[in-house]
Design a protein around this ligand. Structure first.
Ligand code: NDP
Length: 462
């Protein structure tokens, strides 16, 4: 299978970095082996004085798994990428250095900024619009800025270089299949839409509980925390898809307009001590594995008070959702891994007298990675038909044959910005969380503690 690519060269800045080795190159390998990137040339760049052999070695390592599984065509394509690749040493923040490299490459070029965010910003500032060849695509990683103001500044810098539809702000959490699974479920089933509103839905929870702890990523994570790392980006995007109005198409314009509209109506309101919670893990164990106290991990500055578990209640001020809480929670080092959206329906207005037993509300649960669907309903129990019992209807949703970063790269190579965050939305997501970050920095919300391997502080139990 092949797809039309509008990009000739993929230039990865940050060739020696973690993202490139662990996620980008393996994602690219699958994409290439499945025939989604015919004719593509891969170029790496970084500040290290690497030899061509060192770069090739990195590619070989990242391509190894795919190479061993690929069919003859896929292996030929992977070989073609290895044989045509090159590595360039440069300081991307240096005057004219990136522009000079762009001028040498066959276009159109997609420039992937797999760099620390501050370096990406400086690299874009060092580029001048008249030295960016037509058709160039700029790919920005998360975090996109660190506040509404800095995101706006970065947007202005980028807008001066290339048109908005050539800017990809990556949110790898939502693969294409997941986005389309949510939209398919919501808008291809007539029975859901009439109840998908404040009349019938009590609350929506979007939960990403990880059993992984810091895993050596203090340098990044201790400056970010759960609210910035997960909620500000990924979970707000999922919330938007759960809450959007029915779009006329799943094309990027209709869909991203709908997402932007719902996020513009969203906010986290004061008092923050009631509508937000934060906590940090202490020593504990997960599946028999000892986890040290977060505050004592190498590279952590405990006085920063970085949260490893965050929960916020978002309100969407529009007709459909007025008064329905959207609870977004994400944390590390938790006992149970959970990655799902849970829609809790209101109870029936009247349960016919005579029924006994369970009368819990219906819940619809959409699991992410693997994508699943579960619907909890009350049915007549076995034995005594007047006694209600809980049954769960389950389905597995289709998965993509690409890795998450393969899907991201496919969107970039084919010029499809569907999985990319639009400029206004990137700023709006910061507008939603900025007041909470400020309240937390003032100490208005206590930083609670939970032992690693538990489900959070005792009083958070659902
Ligand atoms: P790393 O610190 O591992 O790598 C950064 C890369 O940038 C290195 O290759 C480094 O090369 C290069 N670099 C730094 N300064 C310059 C410069 N002046 N000129 C040229 N190259 C330079 O970072 P990550 O790979 O972890 O992260 C990259 C981006 O991806 C970040 O924005 C991060 O937030 C984002 N991200 C990362 C994820 C991950 O799992 N790693 C997940 C999601 C997003 P050298 O060492 O030679 O200086």
């Amino acid at each position: 299978m092949t797809s039309q690519t509008s990009v000739k060269t993929l230039l990865i800045l940050g060739a020696s970095g973690d993202l490139t080795g662990r996620l980008l190159l393996p994602g690219l390998a699958r994409l290439v082996a499945r025939g989604h990137a015919p004719g593509l040339v891969l170029v790496g760049a970084g500040s290290d004085p690497w030899t061509p052999e060192q770069w090739l070695e990195r590619i070989e390592e990242s391509f190894a798994d795919e190479n061993s599984q690929a069919e003859a065509y896929g292996r030929r394509e992977l070989k073609r990428i290895r044989e045509s690749t090159s590595y360039h040493q440069l300081d991307v923040t240096g005057e004219g250095q990136l522009a000079g490299l762009l001028a040498q490459l066959e276009g159109p070029v997609a420039v992937y900024f797999a760099l620390p965010p501050r370096i990406s910003q400086l690299a874009c500032e060092a580029l001048a619009s008249d030295r960016v060849p037509a058709g160039t695509r700029l790919v920005m990683e998360k975090p996109f800025g660190s506040s509404e103001e800095s995101a706006r500044h970065l947007n202005e810098t980028l807008a001066a270089l290339v048109p908005e539809d050539h800017i990809h702000r990556v949110d790898h959490f939502l693969g294409k299949a997941t986005v389309l699974n949510i939209l398919g479920l919501r808008f291809a089933n007539n029975f859901l839409e009439p109840v998908w509103n404040r009349e019938h839905i009590e609350k929506v929870e979007i939960i990403f509980d990880e059993d992984l702890a810091l895993e050596g990523r203090a340098r990044y994570y201790d400056g970010a925390g759960a609210l910035r790392d997960m909620i500000q980006s990924h979970l707000l995007q999922i919330m938007a898809l759960m809450a959007i109005e029915p779009p006329a198409s799943v094309g990027e314009r209709d869909l991203r307009d709908a997402v932007a509209t719902v996020l513009r109506a969203s906010s986290i309101k004061a008092p923050y001590a009631r509508n937000t919670r934060r906590a940090r893990y202490t020593a504990g164990s997960i599946d028999g594995r000892k986890v040290p106290d977060y505050a004592k991990e190498t590279g952590v500055d405990a006085s920063r008070g970085t949260e490893t578990l965050a929960e916020v209640q978002v309100e969407i001020d529009n007709w459909r959702w007025q008064g329905v809480p959207f609870i977004l929670r994400s944390g590390k080092a938790l006992g149970n891994k959970r990655k799902e959206a849970v829609v809790t329906f209101r109870p029936p207005p009247h349960l016919p007298k005579g029924f006994t037993g369970v009368d819990a509300p219906n819940q619809l649960r959409i699991g992410f990675g693997p994508d699943t669907l579960a619907f909890d309903v009350d049915v007549n129990g076995p034995g005594n038909v007047l006694s209600l019992d809980r049954a769960t209807l389950k389905a597995e949703l289709s998965a993509s044959d690409l890795l998450p970063y393969g899907e991201v790269l496919e969107g970039i190579l084919t010029g499809d910005p569907l999985l990319s965050v639009r400029a206004d939305t990137a700023e709006d997501c910061w507008r939603i969380v900025d007041p909470v970050l400020k309240a937390w920095a003032r100490g208005s919300v206590p930083l609670q503690e939970y032992p690693a391997g538990t489900s959070g502080p005792g009083d958070w139990l659902a």
